[in-house]
Design a protein around this ligand. Structure first.
Ligand code: DGT
Ligand code: CA
Ligand code: CA
Length: 365
């Protein structure tokens, strides 16, 4: 008989792509591999005004990190390759990676463009099996998308996330339940997700620098300093306790799916057959959320792993599978006329999603 009050022993995986934007660019432009690469967000005020979004590890060695100004980065790394952000590219790569991850567990919680949690509790029997699964996942992402990531596995989201950041790049860190306290003890308090700069400074004033210091503070002291909820959370987090579930997020911006073709091809009929299958999948998701769409894109990844996207936007919203199919076919045909080379992966994405008429939205009440 299982006790319903018993805390379930979970196995949670967190995946974070390595130097994500810069790594995507390295794949797109193989000639820049090995050089420092800096991805820039230009402010639009002209010249080099703007900030660094991310950089590869070669550039980080020179001190070029996210957040510094482009001017400063150019001083630190004169010979680096400077590229503007190409969000469409990163988005497509992200979708491919998340698609692979979804094949490993029923439910993923995508945290940002380059990271996600995945609950493996029902998939594996122990941490060793989870480790083997993570190796397979990393390998598949490398084979199919040609990107590296770092993975952390732990008994909850908090530990899994810290573990994925522990060895980078291309890391894999597994923290079993009984190793949690030992693992956390020497880490900086700001390594706990949720302890920001302000909380960190306040804790420093209390003489707390590393996690083990905080785990030793009496709970009422923490509550006095930070209030009931936060104080309690800090106490639990410093002891590696986190019960938050892995929850699928329903982003409303777009719905997409990409698959790998059995073999690289530019044959229209094979691609259209794949598109029909994808149309059905995308339609199911659209329908389950009671939405309509105005834009549809065809995503093509060629044999050399370059990503192309072709989008069309309609005058008004549609919500039926036939429109998805017909519009996607149009996009494929015109794409193949422009790019007759064999494709490796194909996908469709619908965006510009709108609430279906007749459905009451929260604003109606
Ligand atoms: P990592 O995970 O340490 O190997 O490096 P990244 O670059 O993957 O860093 P991460 O996971 O914090 O962020 C993922 C992507 O998000 C990153 O490639 C670029 C973007 N990003 C991160 N920080 C910033 C920022 O401060 N500004 C802007 N615009 N983008 C950022
Ligand atoms: Ca990352
Ligand atoms: Ca990240």
């Amino acid at each position: 008989m299982s006790n319903s009050n018993e805390r379930k022993n979970r196995i949670i995986l967190h995946m974070d792509m390595d130097y994500f934007f810069a790594q995507c660019e390295e794949r797109e432009h193989p000639e820049i591999k090995g050089k420092p690469v800096v991805i820039c967000v230009y402010s639009g005020r002209g010249g080099d005004s703007g900030a660094v979004s991310t950089s590869n590890y070669e550039a980080r060695k020179l001190g070029v990190k996210a957040g510094i100004s482009i001017n400063q980065a150019k001083k630190l790394a004169q010979d680096a390759v400077f590229l503007p952000v190409n969000r469409e590219l990163y988005h497509n790569r992200s979708e491919e990676v998340m698609g692979i991850l979804k094949g490993y567990c029923d439910k993923i919680e995508q945290e940002s463009v380059d990271e996600a949690y995945c609950d493996l509790t029902e998939k594996v029997t122990d941490f060793e099996e989870a480790r083997l699964l993570a190796l397979k996942l990393k390998d598949e992402i490398r084979q199919l998308v040609d990107l590296t990531c770092s993975v952390g596995i732990g008994p909850n989201k908090l530990i899994a996330k810290i573990a994925s950041d522990y060895q980078k790049p291309d890391g894999l860190t597994v923290i079993r339940s009984e190793e949690v306290l030992h693992f956390l003890a020497p880490l900086k308090i700001t390594d706990l997700i949720g302890v920001g700069k302000k909380t960190g400074e306040k804790l420093n004033e209390l003489g707390v620098k590393i996690i083990v210091d905080m785990s030793k503070l009496p709970i009422d002291r923490l509550i006095r300093e930070f209030g009931q909820a936060k104080g309690l959370w800090l106490k639990q987090a410093s002891n590696g306790i986190d019960d938050s579930p892995v929850e699928e997020r329903q982003g409303t911006e777009q719905i997409g799916r990409i698959i790998t073709l059995k073999e690289n091809t530019n044959e229209l009929q094979i691609i259209l057959d794949a598109i029909d299958q994808l149309s059905g999948d995308v339609y199911m998701k659209l329908q389950s959320r009671n939405l309509g769409f105005k834009s549809i894109s065809f995503i093509a990844i060629s044999a050399d792993l370059k990503t192309h996207t072709k989008t069309l936007t309609m005058g008004g919203p549609a919500k039926d599978v036939e429109t998805i199919r017909i519009k996607a076919h149009e996009l494929v045909k015109s794409f193949l006329l422009e790019h007759p080379n064999p494709l490796r992966r194909v996908g469709i994405r619908i965006s510009n999603l709108v609430e279906e008429k007749g459905q009451k939205t929260l604003g109606d009440y």
